[in-house]
Design a protein around this ligand. Sequence first.
Ligand SMILES: Nc1ncnc2c1ncn2[C@@H]1O[C@H](COP(=O)(O)OP(=O)(O)OP(=O)(O)O)[C@@H](O)[C@H]1O
Length: 808
Amino acid sequence: MDPAPGSKIPVPPNRSLKILTANQDINKRKRAAPASPSGPDAKKVDNKGSSSPPVFKAQEETWEQISEEKGWSLEDCLNFKLLFKKGKGAMTDKTKMVALSQHIKCLRAAGWHLFSLADQREADRASLLGQLQTEQSEHAASRQQHAAGVQELQIQIGNLKDELCVLRMKAASYIETNGTTGLEAYSGGCQNKVAEGLKESAGLREVGAALQKQVEQGQADLKAAADREHWQAQDLARSKDQVVSLQQQATHLTEQHQRAQTYNAQLQEYNGQLQGEVQASAQAMSRLQAEKNQWCEDMAALRGKVLALESQVQSAQGSAAVAEEARQNASSDAGRLRSELTSLGSERDSLVQDLATCQKEVQQYKEHTGKSLEALEQETSRKAQLQYQNKAQEEINAGLQERLAVAEAGVRQAQSLAEGRAGEAGLLAQQAAELRSQLAEATGKWQEGEVLRRRLHNTIMELKGNIRVFCRVRPLLDSDIGAGPQSLQYPNSGDLMGRALEMSVASTVPGQPPQKHDFAFDRVFAPAVGQAEVFEDISQLVQSALDGYRVCIFAYGQTGSGKTHTMLGSPGDRGMIPRAMDQLFASANAMKEQGWSFEMQASMLEIYNEEYKDLLGKGPPAGKKHQVAHDEDGGTSITFAEALDVSGPEAVATLLRQAMRQRAVGATAMNERSSRSHMVFALRLRGTNANTGIQAHGVLNLIDLAGSERLGKSLACGDRLKETQAINKSLSALGDVIMALANKESHVPYRNSKLTYLLQPCLGGDSKTLMFVNIAPSADAAAESLCSLRFAAKVNACNIGTARSNVK
Ligand SMILES: Nc1ncnc2c1ncn2[C@@H]1O[C@H](COP(=O)(O)OP(=O)(O)OP(=O)(O)O)[C@@H](O)[C@H]1O
């Protein structure tokens, strides 16, 4: 595609352009000009450019080729101006560069052509001048010759006239002397001589006339040659002017080309820097991840230590309590024993007093009254009894004293034990407090790291562009064995490892080698790659939904290529949707520590034959239809459709099972249980951080698209034909929307299908979109695989803007 005439070459914005002065001199260029019109610096251009706009030629063309190909005259070429559209639909810098280089090549070819014309004219002029000079000298020689001949002739005529006079005189004297006799004969002879002389004179005149004619012819030739020379000089001057203006134009274009190359180099450098930043960010992220893991391990170890110490503290506190209880028991025993001892002491004192009184009384009795021996004996036995009682009492007292001493020793022991335990408990409590503060510090660091990691991830995703394409090739199934495998190669080293796919397709022309098609995507998963590894690559994207991003992941591919397997999987080999739910709920739980709480609502819609169908509810009342509406914040509401609160992955799994039962499943010639509808699983996340007041509203759309097979191949008819047409319409509308976004067109045709209208907020530039292109590896699916890969390559080449998180 040539750029429109009259275009201006745009200067890239915000770029300082160096004006190059080298190699701009026309004379230098002239000196460097080769015999061949392709020029000395004509470079071979790789013919790998896209089919539109301009296609590179493998070799520079001559002006004749260009003129024949484009139907251009030199003036057409000189007057041609490049026009590039601005704004929406503008060409990329690369495309402009290609157009510019191509036009410069045309101008260069025209310049070389004009140079060669000028050289040719110069050579013609020189040869004409040479010819003219030869002719002039020939003419001058012949003029001289002619003049000499004329002179000789005139001398001869004069001689003849003299002779005639002499003869006339002789004749007169003869007549005078001899009369006229014999004169006639002599006169006849003389006349004959005169006639001969006249004849000779006429001949000489003819020669003179011929010579005169030759002279005139020579003069006319000379004039014509002079005219021709003048005309050629004018022509040459005009050509030189043209050459100069062409050279100026070529110089100007070369300058612009060089500026564009400089700009391109700057862009490449910038791109390199960005890639460096991406790598540095990725490294920082992996470092952070490693630190985070280390922190997690440290935290787990600390938690273990804290738990062990806490249990030690608890057991120490338990034994301290037991010791305290024993101490209290012992001290209450001691108190009781002391009071018993005191009461026994007072009893003994009273007995001692009684004894003393008795002894006194006996003494008094003996001394003063002299009472009977019997009374004395009674008194004595009473005294002995009292003494015995006193002794028993003293023994009891001693026993009590001993018990008291034992109890006091027990109390002292319990007290020292309690003091020891209390010290230990204090130490342990101190250790526990230290560990708690370490834990809090580590948790803080981990949280900071987590925030940084997520910010880095989002930056990386933004740098990578917000639409990404992963290609997944499923393994050969038993049912594919008959058809055999396609020829697919995956580079296993270098830059493209894990990112590229080479497909060889047998040529339709017998004897021709197979055609090779190379594709590169963000990731390519070979058949052996399992669900866990695939999920690892999308887990960060899924995580973004918690950070308030709108995320859309969809699986595209022909029937039976593995879309449902990738998105849903099976109970033993779970796909992206259940794994995403596990991760989201686990992360939401972990984020509680940072003050986050999340509410999540799930909805599941099917788009079948260009009609919405709610897979979780009862559907709209009779005569009504589901209507989709989008608000300014990018929120989507669907009338009569259920959006259910979900609190964990199990709840989502139950809803998924319920939805799957309702999903329309039909039979086609290609896949017995082929899904004939698009299934859209949407999870709305509303997060609030109680500490910071931040709110994050994210959406995760996970979509299992219907098969993209072509009508002819699916052998569809009747209802199946209608289904296939509806599917193809919506898939082609999806492609149109992506292309319109990529081309920054003013109108994006979201309303052309129910699928694109539903996904409008998730496709419209500020969301994160990932497309899985699923490939069936059997040979009979090769044509469909090629179509899918080409579509995916177009999507991969798109940059639909920068994702924004919906955080308040
Ligand atoms: N990566 C894989 N590993 C193992 N088996 C797979 C893989 N991908 C797909 N399959 C198997 O291939 C068959 C077709 O896959 P699936 O139903 O997912 O295709 P589909 O593209 O969703 O088809 P449709 O468009 O009809 O829904 C299934 O039996 C599935 O189990």
